[in-house]
Write a protein that binds this ligand. Structure first.
Ligand code: NAP
Length: 490
């Protein structure tokens, strides 16, 4: 039997007993059990879905005293951050519960019949949405609550009427198993089938690939690396019946800061940016990895301010030893590509030090190796000759979860160009503050053009995340009894 060993993120020592990896038969059984619950769950009332989501939120909160220390051992993210993340996860579950109760998944477009011939005349049409089916959900390592077992993908899929099979992340196995135990208790207490939410685990790619290939799986939801997401998307596309694969991937999150705002508030902005770069040891998909500055005195001063603000940061241990190796390799890769190093201190075995480097816009644009995310507390300053060249830098980045534009408060041709280029490559454009921190709200868009997401027209955070798991169907001349269901699937 293949086993999986959890490790303490701070020391790399073994943590807890080894856990069995899911066998092929167990992966198949989880997918089939989810499929067996699909009919009832897809037709369930909003109140039933809301009760489950609220029950899950309460179960998480009630077990906080055990969950947070467990998560801390496996991720080193610290109790303050982890308590906050648990709160956010419970908030998110309840938000989707409210949406389910309101019947948001059942919203439909009523298009009454128009007498006469086409194209003006047409039959009675109602456009409803039906749940896709069982969703394969891949947890990320860096949000052990909010993008993991009971994170936004699971919550939004359940609210939409889809069962879920979770692929637990190898970086927090004991936490995942404890949360899964809570899920099973809530399902039982509410008289719902255990198969509605399944979980599998396994290191390497076998278990996840088998899950995505299973014919009962109707969609994939993934948060993680661009490489892992691309591999699984290829698996989803290569099935005899390809399925939608919603991958939220890595991102470099450019921050464009213009001289005017830097002259006025440089020191304050440098401190804020340094905090964002090193937050959570830089292990955020929204971490600012590229800082675009012009060549002027205010930008020069800002570089010095950022360098000293970043030197004062003390990042904690990374999530896993593999991530630390990848971070060190990413930094070495940047240096090899010819960047000018501004801050590069030796880290300890436990924790890395922040890294800051600079490169000209011309070189950045030419060297695609510099466009990749370095997951960890690293950032690259890109110096442009003028705004037009800053636009070329954004174009070279191509796709990002966010772009931040600092200093475009006044309308001008350049400001409009910056906004146009930013909106063309990012899902979220910020005009103040830093990109780390993603509000769970109605207008949120967390997803952008490749390589930040496999489906840039969807979001994995916020209310619209539920839409990913609903497929439109037009009902033509539907009988009255069907219309009385008001969009609720049969
Ligand atoms: P990861 O290594 O890609 O892992 C994510 C999940 O996919 C894990 O369950 C992993 O399995 C599985 N997996 C990875 N590659 C696979 C493959 N080739 N075949 C089958 N399964 C595979 O990502 P991570 O380390 O958890 O997260 C770090 C990355 O996620 C960063 O790049 C970060 O920017 C990104 N991220 C993005 C968002 C967003 O919303 N866009 C949010 C958070 C993080 P194992 O557990 O067995 O490794």
């Amino acid at each position: 039997m293949k086993t999986l060993q959890s490790i303490k993120a701070r020391t790399g020592e073994a943590f807890g007993a080894p856990l069995p990896a899911s066998t092929e038969a167990q992966v198949d059984a989880a997918a089939e059990a989810a499929a067996a619950t699909f009919g009832d769950w897809s037709a369930s009332a909003g109140s039933v879905r809301a009760a489950l989501l609220r029950g899950l939120a309460s179960a998480l909160e009630a077990d906080r005293e055990a969950l947070v220390p467990l998560a801390d051992e496996e991720t080193a993210l610290g109790p303050v951050r982890l308590n906050g993340e648990l709160d956010r996860t419970a908030f998110q579950l309840r938000r989707f519960a409210d949406m389910a109760e309101r019947g948001d998944a059942f919203k439909f477009t009523d298009d009454p019949a128009v007498a006469g011939g086409p194209p003006v005349g047409h039959p009675a049409m109602v456009r409803v949405r039906v749940p896709l089916g069982p969703v394969a959900m891949f947890s990320a390592s860096n949000f052990p609550f909010a993008f993991s077992v009971l994170g936004g993908d699971t919550a939004s899929a359940l609210a939409a009427g889809c069962p879920v099979v979770i692929k637990a992340h190898s970086g927090h196995l004991h936490l995942s198993n404890r949360v899964f135990g809570l899920i099973q208790q809530v399902l039982k207490a509410q008289g719902l089938p255990a198969g509605l939410i399944g979980m599998i685990q396994g290191g390497g790619s076998d278990v996840g690939v088998r899950l995505v290939q299973h014919p009962a799986i109707a969609a994939g939801a993934f948060t993680g690396s661009t490489r892992g997401g691309a591999a699984l998307q290829a698996v989803a596309n290569a099935r005899p019946r390809p399925i939608p694969f919603y991958g939220e991937l890595g991102s470099v999150n450019p921050v464009v800061a213009l001289p005017g705002i830097l002259a006025a508030r440089g020191a304050e902005l440098a401190a804020t940016l340094a905090g964002s770069i090193s937050l959570g040891c830089g292990q955020f998909c929204t971490s600012p990895g590229v800082i675009v500055l012009l060549k002027d005195a205010a930008s020069d001063a800002f570089v010095t301010q950022l360098q000293s603000a970043l030197a004062a940061q003390m990042p904690h241990a990374m999530l896993t030893p593999a991530m630390r190796i990848a971070f060190d390799a990413g930094v070495a890769h940047m240096i090899k590509a010819g960047v000018t190093t501004l801050l590069h201190e030796d880290g300890s075995a436990e924790a890395p030090r922040p890294f800051l480097a600079e490169v000209s816009a011309r070189e950045f644009i030419a060297k695609t190796a510099l466009h990749d995310e370095v997951f960890g507390p690293a950032s690259l300053i890109v110096r442009a000759e003028h705004v037009a060249q800053a636009l070329d830098v954004l174009r070279a980045v191509g796709g990002s979860l966010t772009v931040s534009l600092w200093g475009v408060e006044t309308e001008s041709a350049e400001a409009r160009q910056l906004v146009r280029h930013a909106t063309q490559i990012a899902g979220r454009v910020l005009f103040a503050g830093v990109p780390t921190g993603v509000a769970v709200t109605a207008a949120q868009q967390h997803g952008g053009p490749w390589p930040s997401s496999t489906q840039p027209m969807t979001t994995s955070v916020g209310d619209a995340a539920m839409d990913r798991f609903l497929r439109p169907v037009a009902l033509q001349d539907a009988p009255a009894w069907l219309l009385h269901r008001q969009g609720q699937a049969c």
